[in-house]
Design a protein around this ligand. Structure first.
Ligand code: F6R
Length: 258
């Protein structure tokens, strides 16, 4: 794992945006794995701004989001579909058929197969997501945030490292950390997430960690051997991972990074 320390959130966002835009410039047909949450908001804002100045940055790019809540439709304001439209897709020239986000209602699957239960529909939604990633030629660059408990995507502690896209029960800590966009409404208890095995097949991985709330997770990522009680430690098994971390998140390992 390569560690890159930057001063603050601003700097983390512009470095991440630069890495993403360079990767697209190098390979205009890049297949991206994309995160949501607070951390990448600044990165997306910069990418959207810079891409609008350029001609056709994302025209041939394909994207797969890491996760989506179960039980809310893509049109729900707190869905990750809505997040991605607001943060990036409404501002860049991606072709809608190249954008992929799991559907936490599996609506199309269940319309095609009315005999399926809701959960059976979700299982097929997950299996189809894997097929779509494979057909796209697998992930070229996957960008990750870091959960306080070490989750990547929504792979909570004790998820097997070879897991594929699946339905997860969200940890109470994860639901609490993600409550803001739900504005008082209950945060769904389940989500669909790309598996750790799926993420590890990405050619390159960039993980972003910013702020005091990530100190514990960053310290563990820096110091612990791979173990499934800390999902991000799976990244040690990958040959091309960059951890982009700001001073606050890296406060306990600062000395070791110089
Ligand atoms: C979201 C995702 C999660 C977040 C993580 C950190 O798509 O995959 O792993 O990256 O929960 O979230 P923030 O950035 O809000 O601290």
């Amino acid at each position: 794992m390569k560690w890159k320390l930057v001063a603050d959130y601003e700097s983390l966002s512009s470095h991440a945006a630069e890495i993403l835009l360079w990767a697209v410039a190098e390979n205009p047909r890049l297949v991206l794995g994309l995160p949501t949450g607070r951390t990448p908001e600044g990165m997306y804002a910069r990418v959207a701004r810079d891409c609008q100045r350029e001609y056709r940055c994302f025209r041939e790019v394909t994207s797969f989001n890491l996760d989506e809540y179960v039980g809310i439709p893509p049109s729900h304001p707190a869905s990750y579909s809505s997040y991605m439209r607001r943060a990036l897709f409404d501002h860049v020239d991606m072709e809608p058929p190249n954008i992929h986000i799991p559907d936490g209602t599996a609506e199309k699957v269940r319309q095609r197969n009315p005999e399926l239960s809701f959960d059976e529909g979700l299982e097929i939604e997950c299996a189809n997501y894997e097929i779509l990633i494979e057909r796209a030629g697998s992930l070229g660059l996957t960008i990750l945030g870091l959960g306080r408990n070490g989750h990547i995507g929504f792979n909570e502690p004790n998820t097997p490292f070879d897991s594929r896209t699946h339905v997860v029960e969200l940890d109470p800590m994860t639901r609490e950390a993600n409550a803001r966009p739900f504005a008082g409404e209950q945060v769904p208890g389940r989500a669909i997430t790309m598996g750790i095995g799926t993420i590890l097949e990405s050619a390159r991985i960039l993980l972003l960690a910013s702020g005091e709330s990530k100190v514990e997770a960053v310290t563990r990522l820096f110091s612990e051997l791979p173990s499934d009680d800390f999902p991000a430690s799976a990244l040690r098994q990958h040959h091309d991972v960059t951890i982009l971390v700001d001073e606050r998140a890296a406060s306990r390992i600062r000395g070791a990074l110089d």
